[in-house]
Design a protein around this ligand. Structure first.
Ligand code: NAP
Ligand code: G4F
Length: 326
């Protein structure tokens, strides 16, 4: 007897992680549904880039509209729900703190409510973040490190994280929270620092830009590849019991050294082009993040496969091709 394909619902399917996760699940034979927020401009470019725009079922809805989430749960008959949608850019969360609280924080609760009301047996994944560690309380952050968020985004994510745990403990939902450290790819939004750098490297190399203006280049991040990280999301939902996991590489690098890698790939020195612009400083900075992925290794048999050098090469190459096509 042929088993019916599993059905997944991804909020944030048009984002970096949503696109990679959709591809990953399609390759595993899932029927993939995605919550699609109405926008005036095109948001399907990532799905097209991966060649899957026609393979996913888009359902109109918004994180802040519970009724649309209930309908998305009903239409998709999802047995796995991945809540990846969010206002995810930290800097914007100081400009739009209430929108961020509503979408990134209460939005997660709305998705949990839709799951509880429509199919409480569905497994749920919450996209939590290392930004919750903020002003770090331990040199290497693990699942037991106390949180100290430093941005409205981090505070909103902490609400979603604790709601996920609360629904697991209150209603027995199979609800897991992945505390993911920064992960990047050629599909990363241009406002995030890695993509801002690789896009600028390509433009400078091709004579289309003269300098790159950045903020705090002494900040340190634990950067991995998004394509590796979506597998960890799926693995969490395949476990008998729901739990929380740190997903990271276990290595940290300054923005400065990340720039050096990217510029060096095309034979340039970052010092010749990077200009510090206080406009890009944040009201409160997360100076350093370094994750301890030991639990993910032990329980999920997951490790990050892509190092930063390989990641920057991949991103610079993709932007070189993209810029030359413009
Ligand atoms: P992203 O590229 O910014 O994607 C965000 C997605 O959320 C987009 O599909 C966006 O839709 C959607 N969205 C925003 N507001 C919405 C709303 N009100 N209703 C419905 N959809 C909405 O983010 P990402 O890098 O893929 O990250 C995925 C998730 O992981 C996010 O929750 C992020 O906060 C979290 N996270 C990311 C990282 C990282 O390093 N990438 C690390 C830890 C946690 P549009 O395309 O229509 O705008
Ligand atoms: O690339 P970023 O904007 O990422 P950030 O703030 O760490 O947030 C990302 O990772 C989180 C996980 O920890 C996610 F939850 C979140 O959704 C997002 O994906 O900035 C990285 C660092 C910061 O310290 C920032 O101050 O780079 C520094 N930076 C220096 N100059 C800059 C710039 N960041 C940006 N975006 N633009 C600059 O010009």
């Amino acid at each position: 007897m042929k088993l019916a394909a599993k059905s997944a619902l991804i909020t944030g399917i048009t984002g970096q992680d949503g696109a990679y996760l959709a591809k990953f699940l399609l390759d595993k034979g899932y029927t993939v549904h995605g919550l699609h927020a109405r926008r005036a401009s095109d948001t399907l470019w990532r799905l097209r880039h991966l060649g899957i725009a026609n393979d996913v079922n888009l359902i109109e809805g918004d994180l802040t509209d519970l009724s649309s989430l209930i309908r998305a749960m009903e239409k998709s008959a999802a047995t796995e729900v991945y809540n990846l949608a969010a206002q995810s850019f930290v800097a914007t969360s100081w400009e739009q703190p209430i929108l961020t609280a509503n979408a990134t924080g209460v939005g997660a609760l709305n998705v949990l409510e839709a799951v509880r009301l429509v199919n409480p047996k569905a497994r749920f994944y919450q996209a939590s973040t290392s930004e919750m560690f903020g002003l770090i309380q331990e040199a290497m952050q693990s699942e037991s490190t106390p949180f100290y968020p430093r941005s409205p985004y981090g505070v909103a994510k902490l609400f979603g994280h604790w709601m996920t745990i609360n629904y697991r403990e209150s209603f027995g939902l199979h609800a897991s929270s992945g505390i993911l450290f920064n992960h990047e790819s050629p599909l990363r939004g241009i406002e995030f620092v890695t993509r801002k750098v690789t896009d600028a490297v390509a433009r400078i190399k091709q004579g289309k830009q003269k300098e790159l203006r950045l903020g705090n280049i002494d900040a340190k991040r634990d950067w991995g590849f998004a394509g590796d990280y979506v597998e960890a999301m799926w693995l969490m939902l395949q476990q008998d019991a729901a739990d929380d996991y740190v997903i990271a590489t276990g290595k940290t690098t300054t923005v400065r050294d990340m720039c050096q890698l990217a510029f060096a790939h095309v034979g340039l020195k970052y010092e010749d082009y990077v200009v510090i612009d206080p406009k890009f400083y944040r009201p409160a900075e997360v100076e350093v993040l370094l994750g301890n992925p030991a639990k993910a290794k032990a329980k999920l048999d997951w490790v990050a496969k892509t190092d930063l050098q390989t990641l920057m090469t991949m991103m610079v190459e993709a932007d070189m091709a993209r810029v030359s096509r413009e």
